[in-house]
Design a protein around this ligand. Structure first.
Ligand code: 13P
Ligand code: SF4
Length: 314
């Protein structure tokens, strides 16, 4: 692996300062290359909770991911390498809305996608990610008394879970979506498939139903990665229906296969706000509170409950 000067400096600095860098698959590839831990949102939550020995965690990902790490590690210092890296999906649901839904459906369970604020998690019974949503909803439906499940904020993920489980979900709200994945159209996918008819189609569950229905595999970023890694030699080409960072990761790690992005809309600008220069800056300024991600104690104390239940059930 060839590294540039800043990347080498980062490796040295994080050793010196005993900081761990956690990065999501959607991060720019030069950041992925200097991360101690790389993963999808479920893996990163688990890693943050169970694997990182360091007292300082620098998160390269959107804010809800860093908040999750902070909630699960309330005694550690968690920093984000770009404070304005927000997931727009989280803005579809706030804590007041969850309370109103609960009033309307008094005997319900609230399951929230981790792409949500800490305050929303604090109002939830369970959290889920794209890789365990089906499992979590099934478990909640089978093991808990209440069969009314309120699910938010992603209506496309909810639709996918409903299709897979045949369990009806009440969506909070009806129209929550990912500004990146929901833009991909059936036509985008058909165009790429026409050019590469032998390629298998892998898409994220945040895509709309018409896109998911064309896919061979619907899964989280880590599930897609695993599928490609374990695919037989005879399967050589893949159309990737998620953010371009995952495709770049696959090109690095599994170069013997060919990859085509399902649509040129698959760039998450919030994930791409992080730069290698910012990462170096944060490592040089670990005491700067502008980069600290701290969830108020009263919220963190409640938000940890649905997150820990999620980790236990998945
Ligand atoms: P993963 O659960 O696959 O990491 O996805 C997170 C996300 O933000 C998808 O857009
Ligand atoms: Fe949020 Fe979509 Fe970006 Fe994922 S890809 S972080 S859901 S905006």
């Amino acid at each position: 692996m060839t590294l540039n000067i800043i990347q080498k400096k980062i490796l040295r600095l994080k050793e010196e300062k005993e900081a761990a860098i956690l990065a999501h698959y959607y991060q720019p590839i030069e950041i992925q290359k200097v991360a101690d831990y790389l993963g999808d949102s479920l893996e990163l939550s688990r890693i943050a909770k169970e694997k990182v020995p360091n007292d300082i965690i620098i998160f390269a990902g959107v804010r809800f991911m860093a908040e999750t790490a902070s909630i699960l590690n309330q005694d550690k210092r968690v920093l984000i390498s770009h404070p304005e890296s927000l997931c727009p999906m989280a803005a579809y649901l706030d804590a007041g809305m969850v309370k109103s839904y609960r009033e309307k459906y008094p005997n319900s369970q609230v399951i929230t996608y981790v792409n949500s604020t800490a305050a929303v998690k604090a109002e939830s019974d369970l959290c889920c990610t794209s890789s365990n949503a089906v499992k979590i909803v099934k478990r909640a439906f089978e093991k808990e008394k209440s069969k009314i499940i309120l699910f938010g904020p992603d209506a496309n993920l909810a639709d996918f879970v409903e299709q897979e489980t045949k369990i009806n979900l009440i969506k909070m709200p009806e129209n929550g979506n990912c500004v990146v994945h929901s833009q991909v159209t059936k036509e985008d996918l058909l165009r790429v498939k026409q050019e590469h008819p032998d390629a298998m189609i892998l898409v994220h569950p945040e895509c709309v139903r018409a896109v998911r229905e064309l896919a061979d595999i619907v899964g989280s970023t880590a599930q897609m990665y695993k599928f490609v890694k374990e695919s037989p030699k005879s399967v050589k080409e893949f159309i990737i229906g998620t953010e371009i960072g995952l495709l770049e990761r696959m090109m690095e790690d599994i170069p013997e296969k060919k990859y085509y992005l399902a649509s040129d809309k698959l760039v998450c600008y919030n994930m791409k706000k992080h730069t290698i220069e910012m990462l170096e800056h944060v490592l040089n300024n670990l005491d700067d509170n502008n980069y600290e991600v701290k969830v108020p104690k009263n919220i963190a104390k409640r938000a940890i409950v649905p997150l820990e239940r999620m980790l236990e059930y998945s």
